[in-house]
Write a protein that binds this ligand. Structure first.
Ligand code: GLV
Ligand code: MN
Ligand code: MN
Ligand code: MN
Length: 399
């Protein structure tokens, strides 16, 4: 039986980002293809039957694909310059949990499947958990097909270039009906387990979270020849918006607001930008605070845009309300594994699936508490604890 860290060691060079550090693995790019192939190879080596659904999610079946299966899995894509564990750890622990159950001679009474969801991070097309949103009908298929990456390539075109048909993306009752219960294992993205001095936890809830794009338009012009009084520079309201996000979140308890991406067009040192796009990521323990933050920032953006002779257009790219994992399922696993429960500020496919399917999550300790960055980490022993906890969970559910 290989350990989850042995499996992760096989993909350390795939999508390694020499320029930014960490990993940049984006849906349908070369590295993500390579990871899909790696996953397929690992599944086939174990005699699991691999299928790809209409929404580009991959499934590996222990037993014939059938309704009411126990499904576990995660994702293989990353944020730009992300860590090695966010996503792949859940996939590696799923495969090694099956190895462990087999080594123990366990024969499931229901099929067990490992799923790999497409575009979990939304790093390429902007909407996180796109594969699970499509699967559950949480996003309009036409909207999804028309999403564009930074080069203007649509999701439909990218699917086609990957040999997949985009015509039938959308709610997939057949695949959904096969998931009796879903359990996602994930590296913890904060310090909850470090503080508790424990290696594995069960998730209690996910913060409400969403993404908004603020597009400031001004007048593109020459950096030297344009007098300071004659400018409509959209970078100025954009910069003020960034400062305002901090206050908007600080004044609302349990809230976070981030601008991690700001793109000026055309983007030249000696060019006053014509457009600046600013992406806001807003989250809160209290769903209503997310709306308040976006409302306040929209007002601020409109005012400062006018002051600078610019315009602003605000659009919502995604929103996921607070997820409280089913209490019975959560407490059952917490008791079974003698594990604490923890909330998380990170989004997951499990959060999307929870709307339609009994769903739970397990977290594995991250000693750095850092995620979405190269310093994300998990000790080999803790990853093995994750595999054992997941195997125990699958055995319990599929007995
Ligand atoms: C995914 O990890 C997210 O919370 O953005
Ligand atoms: Mn992530
Ligand atoms: Mn993740
Ligand atoms: Mn409050």
């Amino acid at each position: 039986m290989s350990s989850p860290t042995d499996l992760l060691a096989e993909i350390t060079t795939v999508g390694a980002d020499g320029a930014r550090g960490g990993y940049s693995r984006h849906v349908f790019d070369r590295s993500e293809h390579e990871l899909r192939e790696w996953f397929t190879g690992q599944a086939e080596k174990r005699g699991l039957q691999v299928t790809t659904d209409r929404n580009a999610n991959v499934w590996a079946w222990w037993g014939e694909p059938a309704p009411d299966a126990v499904v576990t899995g995660s994702h293989l894509d990353s944020v730009p310059g992300g860590g090695a564990f966010d996503g792949p750890l859940g996939v590696a622990c799923s495969l090694t949990a099956i190895d462990l159950l087999r080594a123990e001679g366990f024969e499931p009474s229901r099929p067990v499947a490992v799923s790999v969801f497409a575009e979990e991070e939304g790093s390429r097309f902007g909407v996180p958990c796109l594969g699970s949103r499509l699967l559950t009908g949480a996003i309009d298929p036409d909207v999804a097909r028309d999403l564009r990456d930074p080069d203007g390539v649509t999701f439909a075109e990218a699917m086609r270039s990957s040999g997949l048909a985009p015509d039938h993306v959308g709610r997939d009752d057949e695949s959904l009906g096969r998931i009796g219960q879903f359990v996602e294992l994930h590296v913890e993205q904060g310090r909850g387990l470090v503080d508790l001095d424990r290696s594995v936890a069960v998730a209690s809830s996910i913060l409400a979270h969403g993404r908004w794009r603020f597009r400031f338009r001004g007048q593109g012009n020459h950096a030297g020849a344009t007098l300071m009084d004659d400018r409509s520079d959209p970078m100025l309201p954009a910069a003020q918006l960034v400062s305002a996000t901090r206050r908007a979140a600080f004044t609302r308890d349990g809230s976070r607001a981030t601008v991690g991406r700001l793109v000026p067009t055309p983007g030249g040192t000696n060019v006053i930008a014509s457009t600046v796009d600013v992406w806001l990521d807003a989250r809160s323990e209290h769903g209503e605070h997310v709306g308040e933050i976006v409302g306040e920032l929209t007002e601020v953006a409109q005012q400062i845009a006018v002051d600078e002779g610019c315009t602003v257009q605000v659009s919502e790219e995604s929103y996921t309300p607070t997820v409280s994992f089913e209490a019975g399922f959560r407490d059952d696993l917490s008791g079974l594994l003698d594990a604490p429960t923890l909330p998380t500020g990170a989004g997951h496919d499990a959060g999307v699936l929870a709307a339609t399917t009994p769903t739970a999550m397990l977290f594995v300790r991250n000693p750095t508490g850092i995620s979405h960055a190269p310093d994300e980490f998990a000790e080999a022993g803790d990853c093995l604890d994750g595999t054992r906890a997941l195997a125990r969970t699958l055995r319990h559910l599929a007995a």
